[in-house]
Every structure is written in C-alpha cells, then in structure tokens.
Design a protein around this ligand. Structure first.
Ligand code: ADP
Length: 470
C-alpha cells in the first residue's frame, strides 16, 4: 500500500512536540510492515536540511488567492529515516528557521497544502491513502473533495489524525480566497463559529479521523475547545489509536544522546551516573530524589502551577528533593520559574529553551517525571520516562490514563492523581517521596516500567487495518 503522510513536523528534520516524534516514527514502522510510506513536509531551514543529500523531484506553481507562487519538492537521496522523505519549498513562505509562530502562518500552511495537492495531482499513479496530521494539513480532505482543480483526488481515502484539538487553525472568511476555486455550496463544511476552521473541516471531510488515545477521544465529546458537538456527531468515523514510542531513538541501552547506557538489570548504577551528570551541571544534590518536568510551559501542561507546587513542596514536605525544569512557553510562567532560582539550596534549577539532548539526559537521570497536564491527547514523555526507569507522576487525563497505572493498583507502576491543582500535585510528590524511601520497592518499579511494551508495532498495524477498511 502506498501511504503519504502530510505534516508540519517530522523528527529529526523539524520538531516542536509530540507531532514531530509520531510523524518521524510511524511511517518507518509502516514501511517495516511492507508498505510504501512517505512523508511530505515544509522545507524549513533546519540543520537537517543542510546536513543531508537531496534530489529535486518536482517543480510546479499554484495560486494562493491572487498571489502566484512557485514550489519545489526535493527528496532525501538515501531515505535515511527508513521511509521516503520529501520537503516542499515555497520561497518567501516556508523558508524560515522556525516551524510556527509567524504572522503569516495561515498563508504559509494554506500554500503548503495547495502545493502538496498540486504535486500529487501530477503523479501518474495516485497514493492509496493520504494521511494528514493536525490543523496545519486538515484542509486537505476538503480540498480533495470540493476544489475543482483537485477533482482527480476525490476518490483517494484520507485520514486525519488529531494530535491536539486545542489548536484548530481558525481564520476569518476574508481569507476564503486562499482555498482554491471550490464549490461554494460546501461552505458549511469549512465553517465553525463564524470562521473557517481547518480542524473542523478535516473532521467533516476526512474519510476517517483518529485521535492519539481512546480516552482523549471520549474527552473530546465533553471538552475540545468548542468542537464537542462535532465530535459527538462524527463519532461513527472516529477512533483512538495510542502512539507508540520509537525505541531506536528512545532507549536507555543505546540512546545516542547519553553516554552512560543501562538496562533494567543495571538500572541502579546507570541512573546514578546520569543523575550525577545532571546534578553536577545544574548544581543539585545527587543524594536527593530528582523530579523533572520536560515540556511546553503552557496552561495545557499545567506548567503555570509548577512555581507554587515547588514552593509548597519545599515548605510542607521539607527540602528533601530536587526539581529540574526544561521547557519554554508562556512568558509569565518562564519568568516565575526563573525567579524561583533565588530560593534554590542546591535543589532547584530551570532551563528555559528547547534542548533535545538535555531532555534525553533528564529522562535517563531523573527519579520522577512530573506530568500534571490539564489536557494530554496521548503524551509521550511518560512513556519515554518509563523506558529509562523514571517513575511518572501523571494526572488522570487523555493518554496518561491509557498508559500509566497507579502503584496502589494491582500491576501498577506510576503515581496518578485526579486534578490539576497545586494540592493534588504536591500530594503526588509526597507519595513519590514515600516510595523513594522504600528503596527495594522503588527499584523494582523502575525495572518494571523499563520492561513495559510501548512500541509502535501494534499501533502501526492498527493504522494499516484502518486504511484497509477504507
Ligand atoms: P506535546 O506534543 O503536547 O508538546 P508530547 O508529550 O506529545 O507533548 O511530546 C513532547 C515531546 O517534545 C517529547 O519528545 C518531549 O521530550 C519534547 N519536548 C518538549 N519540550 C521540550 C524542550 N523544551 N526541550 C526538549 N524536548 C522537549
């Protein structure tokens, strides 16, 4: 089967979060199942672009409203990622260093989607499935069905995977001309709450919709940033498929970002060495348990609660632990976390920014991972952490429910709590400290988590089964 993934991110080319990890791994596992999986993404100006070899496979042009643009598609010569990787360049729109965050993101991603379809339209044989990811590519199913220029693609099955429904990409009707000549009777498919809503259009027009966990799918019918009734209405074609993790990249026994490798059998020594590196680098006390947070410093991740949680933990639980935070996001959260450094007694540090290699060392060297997310469609951090013997503290939401069982349950291995409140999180830290004092139990949990199977094999097959059913 020929499967074309279209996405804004793909690790290691460009990644801002979990979307990049998934698009960088799923196609490889589909290729291993014997399918011809490809990825096309924008050609940002990232390091990966300059350090790999490429060949030009297509040149074309299209309109974005009244503006004509030329585009070029290049393909990585060696298929180093285990699948065919294509980058699409649009001069003046996609040739930027960052993935998102520009004023003209609407124009950039509309042009990208138009160019992708115009390129596919020129193929001799069409792909069997077009699989789009999140709102940046969610207008594609609409365009395939209702833009006159893409009629040839109407019969190609499309899948939309929603990695995060908080972001929907809405834009106003005065930008309608960005969607190439379309059947105006279908206006209702684009509309949501008075705007053009790409995610809503994708949910309506894709042949199938998936979310990255079952629990998240159920939650969306109750709370999905305004799309609740749409999820309820379209539930017949929606399903949840949990993400896997890529053990080629994320595994304590061969992770290329860390030097002290370990397995479940020598977890104690391995973690001690990695923790020592972290503690030395960030001036922390290696004798105390280390709690880390890695992620976007935004409300969704409940990062705004961290300063108070850290304060309260020191105050009420005693200075028995270290905290190390890695992330970037909302300015006021960043400032508060930086400000907290002044109270550190070799037990608190924060790194503001994105740092892939530091994140790997933190998974390897920490004792506990904090994940108090208000919203967590799947969550990868908790699964990465467990592969490195780091016990996750998670709120019962979305994919965290599907992947972490509380230690108080039979077969449990993590710490869970119900509410994203300072009280609940601090109580979870209290429970973690108790666990840490029972060192034998703690070590056996570390070993247990390292042996859990969160591989892609099953999920990759579930996607293939879904394509077959279409
Ligand atoms: P989301 O996609 O909502 O941000 P996920 O848990 O699905 O959350 O994926 C987060 C991914 O991004 C993980 O690979 C995590 O390690 C990584 N990550 C997030 N913030 C940072 C950061 N500041 N530095 C390095 N890696 C980060």
């Amino acid at each position: 089967m020929e499967i074309l993934h279209v996405a804004a991110e793909c690790y290691p080319v460009a990644k801002a979060g979990g979307l990049g990890d998934v698009v960088g791994a799923l196609p490889r596992f589909q290729a291993e199942l014997g399918h011809n999986a490809k990825v096309v993404m924008p050609m940002y100006r990232t390091e990966y672009l300059y350090s790999h070899h490429w060949e030009v496979v297509h040149k074309g042009g299209a309109n974005l409203g009244h503006r004509w643009f030329d585009y070029t598609v290049i393909k990585e010569s060696t298929s180093a990622q285990g699948f065919d990787l294509y980058l699409l360049d649009i001069h003046g729109l996609l040739d930027r260093e960052k993935i998102y965050g520009y004023e003209d993101d609407v124009e950039r991603f509309c042009a990208f989607q138009i160019a992708v379809l115009s390129w596919i339209n020129a193929w001799d044989t069409l792909p069997h499935v077009i699989h789009v990811h999140d709102h940046h590519t969610a207008l594609i199913p609409f365009m395939m069905k209702h833009c006159f220029g893409f009629k040839r693609l109407e019969g190609v099955p499309s899948v939309l995977t929603i990695h995060n429904a908080q972001y929907q990409g809405s834009f106003s009707w005065d930008k309608t001309m960005y969607i190439p000549h379309w059947d105006s009777w279908k206006r209702g498919l684009l509309e949501w709450n008075g705007s053009i809503n790409p995610l809503a259009a994708g949910i309506r027009c894709a042949w199938n919709v998936t979310t990255v966990s079952n629990t998240y799918l159920n939650e969306m019918k109750i709370s999905s940033n305004g799309l609740e009734s749409l999820f309820e209405y379209e539930k017949g074609k929606c399903s949840g498929i949990i993400n896997g993790i890529d053990y080629q990249v994320w595994d304590s026994s061969h992770d290329t970002y860390i030097t002290n490798h370990f397995t479940a059998s020598d977890v104690e020594v391995g973690k001690e060495k990695n923790k020592a590196l972290l503690c030395e680098r960030f001036n922390l006390d290696p004798q105390k348990p280390l709690f880390v947070f890695i992620g976007r410093l935004v409300g969704e991740k409940a990062a705004d609660l961290l300063p108070q949680v850290i304060n309260d933990s020191f105050r009420y639980l005693g200075r028995k632990m270290n905290f190390l935070i890695l992330g970037s996001g909302e300015r006021n959260v960043e400032e508060k976390l930086v400000h907290l450094k002044s109270i550190s007694m070799k037990d608190y540090e924060v790194y503001i920014g994105y740092n892939e290699s530091l994140s790997h060392l933190m998974y390897a060297g920490a004792d506990f991972l904090l994940m108090p997310s208000r919203v967590e469609p799947c969550g990868l951090n908790q699964m990465y952490a467990m592969r490195y013997g780091t016990i996750p503290l998670v709120r019962n939401t979305g994919g965290l429910v599907d992947t972490v069982i509380d230690v108080d349950n039979q077969d449990g291995y993590g710490i869970t709590f119900n509410d994203a409140t300072v009280g609940d999180i601090t109580h979870a830290i209290y429970r973690a400290l108790e666990l840490y004092t029972q060192i034998e139990v703690f070590r056996s949990l570390q070993k247990k988590t390292m042996k859990l199977d969160f591989s892609w094999n099953q999920s990759a097959q579930q996607y293939v089964d879904l394509y077959h059913n279409m």
